[in-house]
Ligand binder design. Sequence first.
Ligand code: FES
Length: 245
Amino acid sequence: MMNESITFTIDGVEVRAQPGQTILQAADAAGLYIPRLCAHEDLKPHGSCRICTVMVNGRPQAACTQPVAAGLVVENDTAELREHRKILIEMLFVEGNHYCMFCEKSGNCELQALGYRFGITAPRFPYLWPERNVDASHPDIFIDRNRCVLCGRCVRASRDVDGKCVFEFVGRGPNKRVAVNAEERLADTQLDIADKAADVCPVGAILKKRVGYAVPVGQRRYDHAPIGTDIEKTRMETQSDRGRG
Ligand code: FES
C-alpha cells in the first residue's frame, strides 16, 4: 500500500512528497533544485558539505538528511542562503589545489559547476596551497588528493555499494584526508574500475586512466547548462504540459 503523500512548501511552492523522503529528494522530484555536493542519488546521505542547507521553519537544516514532514516551510533560494553557499564553495576552492584549466574533470566537475552557478570569479579568501599527494599506483585509477573536497562519496560507495571499504577518512581538521585500505598504495587495495567508488567523485580527485578527454572540453555536461538545470527542466516541462492540457 502506498503511503499517503504529504505536502509542504519550498520557497512558497507547494510540494507533494512521500513520508521518508528527504527534503532534497522531494525537491528533486518536484523540479526544484537545491544545490548540493556531498549528496549522490545512489548513496546514503552524509550531510557534510552543508551546501544544501535550507531554512526549515526558520532553522538551518541540511536538505539531504532532513526528512520531509507535512506543513514544513522551507526556504531555499534566498539571498542569505546563496551567500552562505558561495562562501562554502569559495572555501573549498582555497582549501585544496584546484587548477580547473588543467583538470580532466573540467566541464564535468560539480565544484566547478557550482562556482559558475553562483557567479564566483575569484575566492575572497587566501589560498592555503596545502601539500597533498597523488597516488597513480593502481593500473586503472588514480587519486589526486589536491582536488579532494572530502565529500565522502568514495567512502560511502566503497563501503555501502561495493562492500569493500577501500576508502576511509583519517586525520582531523586541516589534516583530514581520504586514506586507502592498504599499507600505502591504491594498487594494494581491492579497488576495481567497475566499482561504484570509482565513479562517484564529484571533482577530479578519483579518475579513471586512459579515458581522459574522450569528450572534448566544451562538450561536457556543465559546458552548456548550469548545474541543476536538468532538475529544473522537469518542472518547466510539467508546467508547459499543464498549460497545454
Ligand atoms: Fe547536503 Fe552536502 S549535500 S550536506
